[in-house]
Every structure is written in structure tokens, then in C-alpha cells.
Design a protein around this ligand. Structure first.
Ligand SMILES: Nc1nc2c(ncn2[C@@H]2O[C@H](COP(=O)(O)OP(=O)(O)OP(=O)(O)O)[C@@H](O)[C@H]2O)c(=O)[nH]1
Ligand SMILES: [Mg+2]
Length: 296
């Protein structure tokens, strides 16, 4: 399944971000710690060119801590980038992020020359929540659906520190099917672009291989039950959760929604969907496929 989602306001958002970028000192790219590569935006790198980037692996309260540390190391391999973890469900990080921004652009420190930080990232990753934390009050609109913020907004942290909230931008074309699934599972793609049934089957398949115990515990499944086919597991969970329609038919849509929402809310445990190693393998597989295709 190829998931694609690029609503109209994002075309305008790209051009607004391009207009803004020359006035920006630092870009904070907010990533989803559960899917750091899928939540990187390839468009952004083209727009920001050589500006300093802080990659904030947000929602780390929901991600696997060991893998988050691996990703931090992976992203820190470039001189342009500083990678840190983020957890906006707590308020502890405000001063750490402000200090880091100031240390990266020490010359921007006055009313005449304020530090200008742009917050960017895919939809629903926590950009506006981060801004509210940095400001210390609810100034930017937030919500647990993708594309809440639809236009740039400049906010003031202090006279010498300005921050810009921007709309979430997704991949214009998603080249790897895994990215589409990971963004869908993490709720960064509009519902109208998804088939929840397929997304839940992908998630079940991933969990039964990587985290069988989490799946078993959450839905009280036996070892035999989690070794069955993915669609049978989905039906079993549907039946256990009372997702039954007239005539005893399992309501798969409802069962799929339950599983996806449980993952999003961290009810199965702290789970990440990708590792740096996985990505390198997928990228080289795609390159090999393209080469075979060209030589045929
Ligand atoms: N668990 C958890 N939830 C978070 C965290 N940061 C943000 N959220 C939640 O994620 C949802 C989306 O947050 P927003 O700040 O609106 O995300 P956004 O990136 O501005 O989204 P768009 O404007 O739609 O692109 C909200 O329900 C937040 O409460 C975090 O670190 N951990
Ligand atoms: Mg927002």
C-alpha cells in the first residue's frame, strides 16, 4: 500500500517557510522518537541548507529508550546537527532547549539582534506543544490530529528570543512504503488517506516479530494465538474487545482503530518502529531494486 498525503495548505507552507528562512538562526526539527527517519522531512534540508539544526526526538516518553539513544548517535554524526531527546509531556526541558539555542548562536543576544528559532517538522509531532513549553503558557494551538497549525506564527519568548511555529510538512512523495505506515501509525497522516485495517495489520506483523510479549500482554493472547496469521490476530483482538457486528461478524475497522490507538497512547509499552540499521537495509534494498529495474 502506498500512503500519500499532501494537503493543499502545505504547498503554501513550503513557500512561506522559504520566505522566512533567511531571517532564521536555528531550526529545531521536531521528530517522532518512535519513527525518527520517517519523520525527517527531506524537503526541509533543501530549504534550510547550511543553517544549524537541532533534531529533537520528541515523544521519547513513548519510544524505546535504547533505540532513541542509537538514533541520537546516528543524527549527531553531522557537524550541522545537534540531536537531543524531547518529552513534552513533562515541563523539565524548557531551560535545556533555551540554553542550547543560545549557545549555538551566541551573537544573537539583544533586542536589536534577537535570536530567531524556527520550529519545523511533520504534522502532529509536537511542534506547537514545544512552543507552548518554551513560552511557558498556551500560545500556539495544539491537538491530537495532524495539521492543526496551518500558517507560520511568530511568538516571543523574551525580547531577545523569537520563535516561529510552522505548519507540519510531510514527504511530497513517500518513496518507501514503510514510511507511509510509520507516519500513519504515529498519527501524522490525515485519516482520509488511510486504510486503518492495513495499517493495523502492518503494526501487528511488526509487533509479533519485534515485541511479541507486549502484544500478548496487552490483548491477553496465548503463544499459539500470536503465531497465527496477522488477520486472524486482528480478528481475535476484535472478538476479545467486543468489536462484533450483526450476525457475529468481526468489525475489523473498529478492532484496527483500537490497536492503532493503543500504540499511539503507549498502552502496549515504549515501542519504536525503526532502527538506523533497518533504514540502511531498506535504502540499499530499494537501490538494488531500482538498479535491477533499470538494467531490464
Ligand atoms: N506523549 C506525548 N505527547 C506529546 C508530546 N508532545 C506533544 N504531544 C501530543 O501530541 C499531539 C500533537 O501536538 P501538537 O503540538 O499539536 O503537534 P504539532 O506538531 O504542532 O501538529 P500540527 O500543527 O498538526 O502539525 C498533542 O495531543 C500533544 O499533547 C510528547 O513529548 N509526548
Ligand atoms: Mg501545530
Amino acid at each position: 500500500m502506498a500512503i500519500q498525503w499532501f494537503p493543499g495548505h502545505m504547498v503554501r507552507a513550503i513557500s512561506d517557510i522559504k520566505d522566512l528562512i533567511s531571517d532564521i538562526d536555528i531550526v529545531i526539527e521536531v521528530l517522532d522518537a518512535r519513527a525518527p527517519f520517517s519523520s525527517c522531512n527531506p524537503l526541509l534540508q533543501d530549504i534550510i541548507k547550511y543553517k544549524k539544526i537541532i533534531r529533537l526526538l520528541n515523544k521519547s516518553d513513548l519510544a524505546d529508550d535504547t533505540l532513541t539513544r542509537e538514533w541520537i548517535e546516528y543524527f549527531s554524526n553531522s557537524k550541522q546537527t545537534v540531536a537531543i531527546t524531547g518529552d513534552m509531556s513533562s515541563t523539565k526541558q524548557r531551560s535545556q532547549i533555551i540554553k542550547l539555542c543560545k549557545s549555538l548562536a551566541p551573537h544573537r543576544n539583544s533586542f536589536e539582534k534577537p535570536l530567531r528559532v524556527m520550529i519545523s517538522g511533520i504534522p502532529n509531532v509536537g511542534k506547537s506543544t514545544l512552543i507552548n513549553q518554551l513560552i511557558g503558557k498556551k500560545s500556539a494551538k495544539t491537538g491530537d490530529i495532524p495539521a492543526v497549525t496551518k500558517a507560520n506564527q511568530c511568538l516571543t519568548i523574551a525580547d531577545d528570543f523569537l520563535i516561529y511555529d510552522t505548519p507540519g510538512l510531510t514527504w511530497q512523495k513517500i518513496h518507501y512504503p514503510q514510511i507511509g505506515y510509520h507516519l500513519a501509525i504515529c498519527n501524522s497522516i490525515g485519516r482520509n488517506a488511510l486504510d486503518e485495517d492495513l495499517v493495523a495489520l502492518y503494526l501487528i506483523n511488526y509487533l509479533k516479530i519485534q515485541h511479541p510479549l507486549f502484544l500478548q500482554t496487552r490483548y491477553k493472547l496465548s503463544v499459539e494465538q500470536i503465531s497465527l496469521a496477522d488477520d486472524v490476530i486482528l480478528d481475535t483482538i476484535g472478538s476479545k474487545r467486543g468489536c462484533i457486528m450483526a450476525g457475529g461478524i468481526i468489525n475489523r475497522q473498529r478492532a484496527a482503530e483500537i490497536i492503532i490507538q493503543d500504540f499511539r497512547d503507549g498502552r502496549m509499552g515504549k515501542i519504536s518502529l525503526e532502527t538506523p540499521k533497518m533504514w540502511e537495509e531498506w535504502i540499499s534494498e530499494a537501490a538494488a531494486e531500482a538498479e535491477t529495474f533499470e538494467s531490464e
